[in-house]
Write a protein that binds this ligand. Structure first.
Ligand code: FES
Length: 107
């Protein structure tokens, strides 16, 4: 399990216990967190789960695959070096305490 804090663009934050193996998109949708849409259900086909990961924790995540980077190019909001798709980040004890920020818009 990992405690993940989701920070909306407005600054509103919510911390959620995410079971191991769940994607951060799944957990956001299940917990009614606005700012993550997850339109394609996690098949890396929409970029509406775009988020910004804290820079200091980027090394705790497996690097983005080519398909994720391609999809991020379609993201509605500014893409930064810390941009990831929340559907491609899966909970594990390694990412406990991670904070992700949602962009201004997902579409
Ligand atoms: S939910 Fe569609 S790309 Fe992540």
């Amino acid at each position: 399990m990992a405690k993940i804090t989701y920070v909306e663009h407005s600054g509103a934050a919510k911390t959620v216990d995410v079971p191991d193996g769940w994607s951060l998109m799944q957990a956001a949708v299940a917990n009614g967190i606005s700012g993550i849409v997850g339109e394609c259900g996690g098949s890396m086909a929409c970029a509406t789960c775009h988020c910004y990961v804290e820079e200091s924790r980027l090394g705790d995540l497996p690097p983005a695959e080519a398909g994720e980077l391609e999809m991020l190019d379609m993201a509605a909001a500014e893409v930064r070096p810390t941009s990831r798709l929340a559907c491609q980040i899966h909970a594990s004890p390694k990412i406990d305490g991670l904070v992700i920020h949602m962009p201004e818009t997902q579409g």
